[in-house]
Design a protein around this ligand. Structure first.
Ligand code: PGA
Length: 287
């Protein structure tokens, strides 16, 4: 049993609030390990035909399931066709967004139930492009999380600061606000069904990735925040993905950090060769 005021991350354990104290726990084999997750967010890219091609190649690239949870998030129009191609494989399907209501007069929107029916296991919620380009705020994001969870979809909650916020030294504030308002007293069972993606806005699609140290700092902060509210065991079991210009070149270094459990990848997930390399990041040789 891990004491409630201790936090386990990767193979290290420390008392919440006592930073930095990365003490290797003598019983580190007791520590829960989170299965790594590699998720591709295609955004508004790929026709149905292109998506089918990609999905078939991905399936063939891994005749035995890889050690990581592989997720792809095609646009809505390709979800059904991709689900058919991936049926029976270990690759999981995510939607990029959902509407908060169960159904109704919301022209152009897609419900959680529709996504479940079409074969989605996951749904991305609160991506920074939704926040900045489509005006989604923390409260709406929270409602979407609840809707997703009640439809048995696993949300991937995206959070992260803008460049301005980072430069003003507000990264911690912003991330904590997004967690507090986004999660807003979800119960522990709900927390165990969601993933968090830390995606600094300044790193998304810019080619300017966070350094492993910068990413780890934010991930540890997130894990500590969860530990403070839901206990160390729950925090240790939460998958926290990094997103923002992840490529086959930088993924291995990021994944070596104890609190980075996976990656949410945009641009580099669109090419099958590059995505297969990302999934196999553990065999990329160190340079
Ligand atoms: P990027 O996008 O990998 O192209 O930076 C990441 C994301 O938006 O999830």
């Amino acid at each position: 049993m891990i004491p409630p005021d201790w936090l386990v991350s990767g193979a290290v354990m420390h008392r919440i609030g006592e930073l930095p104290l990365h003490v290797r726990h003598p019983n580190s084999e007791d520590c829960q390990m989170v299965q790594p997750v590699i998720a591709g967010n295609w955004k508004m890219n790929k026709t149905v035909a292109e998506a089918i091609n990609f999905a078939s190649s991905l399936r063939n690239a891994f005749p035995t399931p890889p050690q990581v949870e592989v997720i792809i998030a095609p646009p809505f129009t390709a979800l059904h066709a991709v689900a058919e191609v991936l049926r029976g494989s270990a690759v999981r399907l995510a939607a990029q967004n959902l509407h908060e209501a169960e159904k109704g007069a919301f022209t152009g929107e897609i419900s959680a139930g529709m996504l479940r029916e079409v074969g989605c296991t996951y749904v991305i919620v609160g991506h920074s492009e939704r926040r900045t380009l489509f005006g989604e705020g923390d409260q709406m994001i929270h409602r979407k999380l609840r809707t997703a969870l009640s439809a048995d979809l696993k949300p991937i909650l995206c959070i992260g600061e803008t460049l301005k916020e980072r430069e003003e030294g507000r990264m911690q504030n912003v991330v904590e606000r997004q967690l507090k308002e986004g999660l807003n007293n979800l119960n522990p069972d709900d927390i165990s069904r969601l993933l968090i993606a830390y995606e600094p806005v300044w790193a998304i699609g810019t080619g300017r990735t966070a350094t492993p140290d910068q990413a780890e700092e934010a991930h540890l902060l997130i894990r500590e925040w969860i530990a403070g509210r839901y206990g160390g065991e729950r925090a240790a079991a939460t998958a926290i993905l990094y997103g923002g210009s992840v490529t086959p070149k930088n993924i291995a270094d990021l994944m070596r950090e104890p609190d980075i459990n996976g990656a949410l990848v945009g641009g580099a997930s669109l090419d099958i060769g590059s995505f297969v390399q990302l999934v196999g990041y553990s065999s990329i040789p160190e340079v």
